[in-house]
Design a protein around this ligand. Structure first.
Ligand code: AMP
Length: 183
C-alpha cells in the first residue's frame, strides 16, 4: 500500500512513523505542518499568512493548505506513493482531497487512525517543546482536533478504508503494528 493518510491527534506519533515508513518504502512524506513551519521560517507569503494561526493552534485557512498539498503531490517523489501526515484536518479538506485525487487519477489506499489518550498526548507535546507546544496552545489544538478533525474518523470508516492503531506504545512497537497492518 503506497498511498496513505495518517489521522490522529497532535502528539500521536504520526510524524515519527510516517518518516520511518516513507523512507523504507521510498514514498513521499507529506507533512503540511512541516511545510508550513518551513514557510514561516523562510518568511514566504504563505508563511506570513500562516504564522498567527499556527501560534494560536488554529487551523490555517483551507485554501492555503490545499494549494501546497496539490503542488507537493505533483512532485516527482510523490509519483511512487505518499503518506499524508496532518492533512486532511477537517471535512472541507477531506472533500477537497477526494476531488484533487480524482483529478490526478489517484486514491488513498488506507487511512490509519492513531489512538492515544489525551493525558499522554499533553505530556508528549510538552516534552517536545516546539514553539506551539505551550500547555495553553496544546489544549487549544486538542480542542480543534476533537471538533474539526476527529469527525473524519467516521468519514473514512464509511468509505471502508479506515484502520486504527494503538499509538500508546513504544515507537518500534507501533512501527511493527503498522507494518503488519499495511502488508
Ligand atoms: P502539525 O505539525 O501537523 O501539528 O501542524 C502544526 C500546525 O500547522 C497546526 O496547529 C495548524 O496551525 C497548521 N496545520 C498543519 N496542517 C494543517 C492543515 N491540514 N490544515 C490547517 N492547518 C494545518
Amino acid at each position: 500500500m503506497k498511498r496513505l493518510i495518517f489521522l490522529g491527534p497532535p502528539g500521536a506519533g504520526k510524524g515519527t512513523q510516517a518518516i520511518k515508513l516513507a523512507e523504507g518504502a521510498a514514498i513521499a512524506h507529506i507533512s503540511t505542518g512541516d511545510i508550513l513551519r518551513a514557510a514561516v521560517a523562510a518568511q514566504t507569503p504563505l508563511g506570513k499568512q500562516a504564522d498567527d494561526y499556527m501560534s494560536r493552534g488554529d487551523l490555517v485557512p483551507d485554501e492555503l493548505v490545499l494549494g501546497l498539498v496539490k503542488e507537493r503531490l505533483s512532485e516527482a517523489d510523490a509519483q511512487n506513493g505518499w503518506i499524508l501526515d496532518g492533512f486532511p484536518r477537517n471535512a472541507a479538506q477531506a472533500e477537497a482531497l477526494d476531488e484533487l485525487l480524482a483529478s490526478i487519477e489517484q486514491s488513498a489506499d488506507r487511512t490509519v487512525n492513531f489512538e492515544v489518550p489525551d493525558d499522554v498526548l499533553v505530556g508528549r507535546l510538552l516534552q517536545r517543546g516546539r514553539k506551539d507546544d505551550t500547555e495553553e496552545v496544546i489544549r487549544h489544538r486538542l480542542g480543534v482536533y476533537r471538533e474539526q478533525t476527529a469527525p473524519l474518523i467516521a468519514f473514512y470508516q464509511s468509505k471502508g478504508k479506515l484502520a486504527s492503531i494503538d499509538g500508546n506504545t513504544e515507537v518500534d512497537q507501533v512501527a511493527t503494528s503498522l507494518q503488519a497492518l499495511l502488508k
